[in-house]
Design a protein around this ligand. Structure first.
Ligand SMILES: Cc1cc2nc3c(=O)[nH]c(=O)nc-3n(C[C@H](O)[C@H](O)[C@H](O)COP(=O)(O)OP(=O)(O)OC[C@H]3O[C@@H](n4cnc5c(N)ncnc54)[C@H](O)[C@@H]3O)c2cc1C
Length: 399
């Protein structure tokens, strides 16, 4: 067994959240290493739509990963449509390029990155130190390292969470197809479609250039997401050239993304911690935010749960809204979209989906149009399986 040394902080998983935590820690002078399972490390291509809140969170430019910007979002249900024009455009980003950029920035401030290191064991050495044991791709014998704190940034099926005895989040599936935009499509326009017979979430089309885009769907794990998406692509008249898909964590206020092995803090960030807005199932900004807060907690010597308070407020709001959305059938979605009055659209165009806590309830209380949705909230249980969904037999096979 060979040793890769002793670290102030060991980060497991070169995810966005992990790399950003490492950047904060290394910049503050901590001895920090990121251990990533994959070697070669080539994160799969993924087209992400990110709110401009990303620019406030990151102290460096994301231009190297930016594909496109969109400033209009159309939303449609079976019998209603609405349009939101953002004051500041959403950013369309390529995840592989974005992670490579974060890795370069983390290394530039002194973080060490090790690839081909899969975490296998985590155990206390003494009160203030843990040993992490990694299976390596290059070597038959495992590598061990010592650390005084551990950050688990290893995604929704987090091994750090399992080894530290922490609860892992539930997951849903996202699948999107890379397509040529339909003829005449405005490349400045993202479109979202609700159809509760197909999914309690939604379909989307996101342009990533003037000619190309992705069409996708979020669904529960027991649904045939591939069958649903194929039918939807046919309806739109577009042909898939490639697919992007994976499981994504669902936030719950009951998750506790921190624990201890001996006295050593183990903090989960990103999807490992369920730091995903469950209205849109977007986890990029909230995951990076979680990474920054975990680093701040370690640097300032404050409890992670205390540092997490502003992120928790935001995620709790999205969780509550999701509980409501899960009760809407198609008539409920019609009512919701009709309630998007100019005042509500102004709110949605001014505040991003990552900065709504503290503002949303005032809007809800002072906008009678939104109260029209109330009768629809007593209707459907969440996560139901419709007859159409049940007729698809096989579950999706996506890593
Ligand atoms: C198709 C698709 C589209 C999406 N679109 C959007 C979007 O538009 N906007 C948005 O905000 N979000 C979007 N998301 C969600 C977002 O991508 C995820 O929330 C985010 O990528 C999760 O990242 P993470 O940083 O927590 O973990 P991950 O990206 O899952 O990274 C975990 C890392 O840990 C490594 N690892 C795992 N186990 C170990 C181990 N034992 N030892 C060492 N390393 C390990 C893995 O190899 C991986 O590199 C999308 C997701 C998908 C699948």
């Amino acid at each position: 067994m060979s040793s890769r040394g002793a670290w102030d902080v060991a980060v497991v998983g070169a995810s966005g959240a992990g790399l950003f935590a490492a950047w904060h820690l290394a910049r503050a002078g901590q001895k920090v290493a990121v251990f990533e399972r994959d070697d070669p490390w080539r994160p799969a291509r993924r087209t992400l739509i990110i709110t401009p809140s990303l620019k406030e969170l990151l102290p460096f430019s994301v231009d190297g990963a930016l594909l496109h910007e969109t400033s209009v979002m159309g939303v449609a249900s079976r019998n209603a449509t609405a349009e939101i024009r953002f004051q500041e455009p959403d950013l369309i980003i390529e995840r592989g390029a974005f992670l490579a950029l974060l890795a370069r920035e983390a290394e530039a401030v002194g973080a060490h990155l090790y690839f081909g290191h899969r975490l296998a064991e985590l155990r206390a050495v003494d009160r203030d130190t843990v040993t992490l044991v990694f299976q390596t791709s290059s070597d038959r014998s495992p590598h061990t390292v010592q650390a005084r704190a551990v950050i688990g940034a290893d995604g929704v099926i987090s091994q750090v969470a399992r080894l530290a005895g922490l609860r892992r989040p539930q997951a849903v599936t996202i699948l999107q197809a890379e397509v040529s935009l339909p003829v005449g499509w405005n490349p400045d326009r993202v479109q979202v479609w609700f159809d509760s017979d197909d999914s309690r979430f939604f379909y989307w089309l996101i342009p990533e250039s003037s000619t190309r885009g992705v069409v996708g769907l979020v669904s529960d794990l027991n649904q045939n997401i591939h069958g649903l998406l194929t039918r939807f692509l046919n309806r739109l008249g577009v042909t898939p050239d490639a697919y992007q898909g994976a499981r994504v964590a669902m936030y719950s206020p009951r998750l506790q993304p921190w624990g201890y092995v001996g006295n050593v803090p183990v903090y989960l960030v990103g999807d490992a911690a369920g730091q995903v807005k469950v209205t849109t199932v977007g986890g990029t900004v909230t995951g990076l935010w979680g990474g920054a807060l975990a680093a701040q907690a370690l640097l300032r010597g404050i409890p992670y749960q205390e540092a997490l308070a502003p992120l928790k407020r935001e995620l709790d709001l999205h969780w509550l809204l999701r509980r409501m959305l899960d009760r809407l059938g198609n008539p409920g979605y019609d009512a919701l979209i009709r309630a998007l009055t100019p005042k509500v659209c102004r709110f949605l165009s001014t505040y991003t989906r990552d900065e709504m806590a503290g503002r949303f309830w005032r809007l809800a209380l002072t906008t009678p149009a939104l109260w029209q949705i109330a009768p629809h909230l007593i209707r459907r249980p969440r996560g139901f399986v419709s007859r159409r969904q049940a007729s698809f037999s096989s579950p999706p096979e996506i890593s």
